[in-house]
Design a protein around this ligand. Structure first.
Ligand code: ADP
Ligand code: MG
Length: 695
């Protein structure tokens, strides 16, 4: 048996390894860079690079790569060998500081949203020393940021780091005003990842799974998730073997994989790590998704990360648990027990509340994708309307503050107020509301709307930036206040008054909430196409520019990329559907028609006195559905052909949403009905039962 303590982080060039392998002065300089973002000198970089290379070679590495996160949502890598000719027909292994710090991949094929013409293909990757390098396979991976020749940001990491920095700056200002000696505030994230596992052989027979990552056809199985027997249920042997290997591989990379269990839907599972600094959590989530897929193959399984692999069955999301913590080890969203700490907590809580209300549109955009459109608002995931769940106790406290009441009507959970006119309270861990998109869960917020396949970077960029903005407004007020404590109270009170509309503790799935939210004036950006333009609205650009996250050009280019991505996704799905419909389903259905009608004809020809009424009805139904199926194929064909040059990406995306997506749904619905009456032997590919209930 391997000792987990020994394998954990064994493939990571972490602080322990650095300390052991670098001269003291170099280690110190590197640590300063990691902690304070100080630039690293060339001499130091050379020493670090050499040590990294030696360590990696001992681990079996022959190559290195600058690992980056372009706007494809996944990661990218190009591998270079360490080899260099030694002059005598032999080679030496080399890796310089320059190679560590900067790389130049051909950037022409990554999405840039018009930021870079293909002939200006140059892009640069720059080492991100705040995320550890690691060895995977035979390669040393160096986490990097990615930008264009002109300096425009082309990745997810850079804006994420910038947003963390923006929040840090403002949070430290506030804490200083509150008399705290804190030099750094980082945002922390624990991303719970949901996924499906299906049998590889079954998967290989479904073009839709292969090309689109989700089933485009498939009738609901006789048994779905209604028995609720899968959630937290016993793990299938094959699945438990998979999870074990996955854990081990993640641990080797220093990823704190902690919890694993079966999810609500059959064949659905979840993995949750222990939280980490946001950019590391983001890197780790990317690695987790990658390894989930790779390791599945070894177990003759395929891991589906799509948000909605199966219609009528729960989809997969990602819960982004988020908080802010200080270099002194304090969680700023920990309610604590003393009134003084509560003031601070409530101030930060108010900032989050105001941020979510002021920038709900941006949070909505950050989770927008064609895949996630199947979940949000579909009574299994939070709706597209962004609101906050605080729970009764906190809501009560805020209401008291708003009314200026010193002592709240206490429930058994909380006590009388103290000096700062704030009640202390006991953290409530039983209070749960799984329908809320943004829920306070004791000492952190859980942003639940994220799709399972997406990078968590986007959501955290928006969240950090919006909160940074509110903290800045608060800090400015505190700067000008003579009585800081009174001003803090005034800010909290005012924030509650102006932003309490964002709080909703009820059932977010209900129709009443949709109406209520509309009355409150909360945005309801139902689909991705409604949401995406918000990325570059005047208000968003103002926010991004103020905090140095994106320039207007970058924000506009990202909007284009999101729209393009939406269009491409639906286009692939529509074409895949047409192919499956024409080449697989229709021929099978026609063959079955032949069997049924031939059988009937034989019976009729016998001229016996038998009643064929029901059989004739059945045959007619089959025939009518077949007819209808063909007409739906034609309709989808027509709208696909109709994608003529719309003027803008937005218009094209709207066309896809309104016409192509709808025609796809119509085609699917007839196909799914046919599936329920056509003989199993005649159905051309594995059904939901085959996919979801394997052994
Ligand atoms: P819950 O049961 O409410 O989902 P868990 O304790 O299981 O809570 O935590 C869920 C996720 O939240 C885990 O990934 C955990 O590491 C993470 N988490 C806990 N505390 C924090 C925090 N302060 N900041 C960010 N994430 C956190
Ligand atoms: Mg959770």
């Amino acid at each position: 048996m391997e000792d987990v303590r020994e394998i954990f982080g064994c493939n990571v060039f972490n602080e322990g390894v650095m300390q052991a392998r670098l001269p003291k002065t170099v280690f110190k300089a590197l640590k300063k860079t990691m902690e304070e973002g100080k630039e690293l000198g060339k001499d130091i970089a050379d020493v670090v690079a050499a040590a990294m290379k030696d360590w990696a070679v001992e681990k079996g590495a022959t190559h290195y790569t600058h690992w980056f996160q372009p706007m494809t949502g996944i990661t990218a890598e190009k591998h270079d060998a360490f080899i260099s000719p030694a002059g005598d027909g032999k080679i030496i292994l080399e890796f310089s500081g320059k190679e560590l710090i900067k790389g130049e991949p051909d950037a022409s094929s990554f999405p840039s949203g018009g930021l870079r013409a293909t002939f200006e293909a140059r892009g640069y990757t720059t080492w991100d020393p705040t995320s550890y390098a690691f060895v995977k396979g035979d390669t040393l991976y160096i986490p990097t940021a990615f930008c264009s020749y002109g300096g425009e940001v082309l990745d997810q990491k850079t804006p994420l780091l910038r947003s963390m920095e923006a929040l840090n700056k403002q949070a430290v200002r506030i804490l200083e005003k509150l008399g705290k000696s804190v030099s750094r505030v980082t945002t922390t994230v624990g991303a719970e990842q949901e996924y499906f596992l299906v049998d590889k052989e079954m998967y290989a027979k479904r073009k839709d799974l292969i090309l689109a990552g989700r089933t485009l056809f498939g009738a609901k199985p006789a048994k779905g998730q209604e028995m609720e027997d899968h959630y937290f249920g016993n793990l299938r042997t094959r699945v438990s073997g998979y999870m074990k290997e996955l854990d081990h591989e993640l641990w080797k990379l220093g990823i704190l994989a902690k919890t694993k269990h079966n999810e609500v839907a059959p064949a659905q599972h979840e993995l949750a790590p222990i939280f980490a600094t946001t950019n590391i959590a983001t890197d780790h989530n990317q690695l987790t998704m990658e390894l989930m897929k790779k390791i599945a193959e070894k177990h003759d399984l395929v891991c589906l990360l799509h948000e909605k692999p199966f219609a009528g069955v729960n989809g997969s999301g990602k819960h982004n648990n988020w908080s802010m913590s200080t270099n002194t080890g304090e969680n700023l969203l920990e309610p604590g027990k003393s009134p003084k700490d509560n003031t601070q907590f409530l101030l930060f809580l108010a900032a989050v509340m105001k941020a979510v209300d002021d920038y709900a549109e941006l949070l909505r955009v950050s989770v927008a994708s064609a895949g996630n459109d199947h979940r949000l608002g579909a009574n299994e995931a939070p709706p597209a309307i962004i609101s906050i769940f605080l729970g009764d106790e906190l809501t009560n406290i805020l209401e008291c503050i708003e009314k200026g009441e010193v002592a709240c009507a206490t429930t058994k959970h909380f006590m009388e107020t103290g000096v700062s006119a704030l009640p202390t309270f006991v953290k409530d861990t039983t209070d749960r509301n799984r329908t809320s998109p943004f829920a306070f869960t004791g000492n952190k917020f859980e942003f639940r709307s994220l799709g399972s396949s997406a990078s968590i970077a986007a959501a955290n960029i928006m969240l950090n930036t919006a909160v940074a903005e509110e903290l800045e407004q608060f800090a400015d007020r505190l700067d000008n206040a003579t009585d800081v404590e009174a001003e803090v109270m005034a800010i909290i009170k005012e924030t509650v008054k102006n932003h309490k509309r964002i709080i909703f503790n009820g059932n977010n799935y209900s129709e009443e909430w949709v109406e209520e939210a509309a009355k409150r004036g909360l945005p309801n950006l139902r689909t991705s196409v409604d949401a995406i333009p918000e990325f570059s609205s005047e208000k968003s650009i103002k926010l991004f520019e103020k905090h140095g996250i994106f320039t207007a050009t970058e924000a506009i280019s990202r909007t284009e990329i999101l729209l393009e991505n939406y269009i491409k996704t639906i286009n692939i799905e529509a074409l895949t559907m047409l192919e499956m419909a024409k080449k697989e389903i229709l021929p099978s259905v026609l063959k079955y028609n032949k069997e049924v009608f031939e059988t009937l004809k034989v019976k009729q020809d016998l001229g016996l006195n038998i009643n064929l009424e029901k059989e004739l009805n059945y045959a007619a139904k089959l025939s009518n559905l077949t007819e209808s199926f063909i007409s739906k194929i034609d309709e989808l064909d027509q709208v696909v052909i109709g994608v003529k040059n719309h003027e803008t990406e937005l218009e094209t995306a709207k066309y896809y949403r309104e016409y192509i997506f709808e025609a796809m749904q119509a085609l699917r619905s007839v196909a799914d009905e046919l599936e329920t009456i056509v003989a199993a032997a005649n159905w051309p590919f594995p059904t939901y039962v085959d996919l979801l209930f394997y052994v």
